[in-house]
Design a protein around this ligand. Sequence first.
Ligand code: G3P
Length: 217
Amino acid sequence: MKFFIDTANIAQIEEAVALGILDGVTTNPSLMAKEGIKGKSAVLSHYRKICDLVDGDVSAEVISTDFEGMIDEAEELIDIADNIVVKIPMIKEGVKAISHLSSRGIRTNCTLVFSAGQALLAAKAGATYVSPFIGRIDDVTWDGLDLINQIVEIYANYGFETEILAASIRNPLHITKCAELGADVVTCPLSAFLGLLKHPLTDIGLAKFLEDAKKTA
Ligand code: G3P
């Protein structure tokens, strides 16, 4: 399973890289705005900075909602670095754009996916990644993990190569459940990865070992 960090915050990306567990980065316009990035050239140069920091894929999202606009943005984004993946929303024009880019060998991440039907369309269009937003489904009292299960089954039935990138992950349990279900990638804030570390028996065990070590000093 690949671990992507879902942020545009450089310090958090550096911390995840230093942990040695990071396979890539996903961003979106909200995450860029959160970092105070303003203006097209600032956005592009921030993506460049992120791409320089990580070996793996970096998803950069288009903001156009028409086919031509999405393709123009995709051209600019892929010029930034080889590890850019163009993130495109699951709308009609987006499906067209994914299909066009995929036929040219340009990698895409289909975002804002909330149903199995949308995930099927993304795979048919040739998306490299599909991003089901499990936390936001949980927020409206449906079960986001059920959607991961459905997509895993559908893609396996037909051998689709689109990777399931579970997004909108809020906690460590989401990560382990996605791993059980067979999602290819999880993308989440650094806090969710750090949450995987925690177990009270680890803390109690370490305290005891350190105490006993004093007896052998
Ligand atoms: O990758 C999509 C993700 O950023 C959405 O997360 O927490 O805003 O639902 P969230």
